[in-house]
Design a protein. Structure first.
Length: 343
């Protein structure tokens, strides 16, 4: 371990914010929908090393897909945020979930532990790191830059306020810790290689043990050199299936994720349909109860990557947003079916 490296073992409001509404008072259970035989059979044939899931879980529109109605009506967004995770995890296809609220503010160890207590031991969380460590600027309410961010790429702050509480609270249910870097701006992207070096140094200075993944919103950072730098730092690329980014197969090839002999886990977040803006997709796809615009090319690419990775003994984590096709639970099922077709 390098001298500057910490050790863990010493001593649209955005979707993620929906989970922030919570209470310490006992909350009546949210009931899952009954598991259909064909869905159970699909999950049974899916290799255990492939973990599929959604981005967050607090969507009333998923009533009938994931959650049972309560007194003939959908559960509220707030109740699903507080008490819906156990029902979500009861679906055998959902072996992971992207914990998105952490992007907006860090959680305590106790808050992470509360989530861990609601899922089976085999479940894994994909956890987004706070943007305080990945965004070079402080943003106002409208999203515009206000001033430089003093904790951008601050490894000590990230370790103490994010990594250590997450790992201690989630325990064995911790999956990839994803550092999502938003569009970094012209000043930083004027020298992409230097940005990659700084990001790799940051990730390499974090406590050893967790699986770290870096997700980008700038195509300029999808380079073979970036893949090598992340590997040297003990991290992996997270494929960002997003309107701003190259297709999944192109990213995987460039980063070296699909090369013979690669041992990295596959971490992918299918976020946004190509050619769509976030708010536009949300408006057109709401209430997220059906597939509105299927993206067969992304599904096929991810299914192929997942099959090849699991065949090589590599873990697979793929989470899907409602903005990918219209309904994340249905996208998960279609992806599982595509994987099954060639298992």
């Amino acid at each position: 371990m390098s001298g500057g490296q910490l050790s863990l073992f010493d001593d649209d409001v955005p979707e993620g914010r929906r989970e922030a509404s919570r209470s310490r008072r006992p909350v009546a259970a949210v009931e899952p929908v009954p598991i259909e035989d064909d869905l159970a059979a699909l999950a049974a044939i899916l290799p255990s090393g492939i973990r599929l899931g959604t981005s967050s879980w607090s969507f009333p529109g998923w009533t009938g897909l994931v959650y049972a109605a309560r007194d003939g009506r959908p559960e509220s967004e707030q109740r699903l945020a507080r008490a819906g995770l156990t029902a979500y995890a009861a679906c055998p296809l959902f072996r992971t979930v992207s914990l998105d609220r952490t992007f907006y503010a860090p959680l305590s160890e106790d808050e992470f532990a509360r989530y861990a207590s609601q899922v089976p031991a085999s479940f894994r969380f994909v956890v987004k790191a706070p943007s305080a460590f990945t965004d070079p600027v402080i943003r106002g309410g409208s999203g515009g830059a206000m001033r430089d961010n003093p904790t951008f790429l601050d490894a000590h702050a990230a370790a103490t306020t994010f990594v250590q509480p997450a790992m201690a609270g989630l325990g064995a249910t911790a999956g990839p810790l994803v550092f999502q870097f938003p569009p970094l701006g012209r000043r930083l992207l004027a020298t992409p290689a230097r940005v990659v070096t700084r990001i790799a140094a940051f990730l390499g200075s974090l406590p050893r043990g967790p699986l770290y993944a870096a997700e980008f919103r700038d195509p300029e950072l999808v380079t073979a050199a970036c893949g090598v730098a992340l590997a040297d730092a003990g991290a992996v690329p997270c494929l960002a299936i997003h309107a701003r980014m190259p297709p999944a197969t192109a990213q995987a090839t460039t980063f070296g994720l699909d090369r013979p002999g690669c041992t990295w886990p596959l971490v992918a977040r299918w976020n946004l349909h190509a050619g769509r803006g976030y708010e536009e997709a949300r408006a057109d796809y709401f209430p997220f109860d059906r597939l509105v615009e299927e993206d067969a090319s992304s599904r096929t690419a991810l299914a192929g990557l997942a099959r090849r990775c699991v065949a090589a003994g590599r873990d697979v984590f793929i989470t899907i947003n409602n903005k990918a096709e219209g309904s994340a639970p249905l996208s998960v099922r279609r992806l599982a079916e595509a994987i099954r077709a060639h298992v």
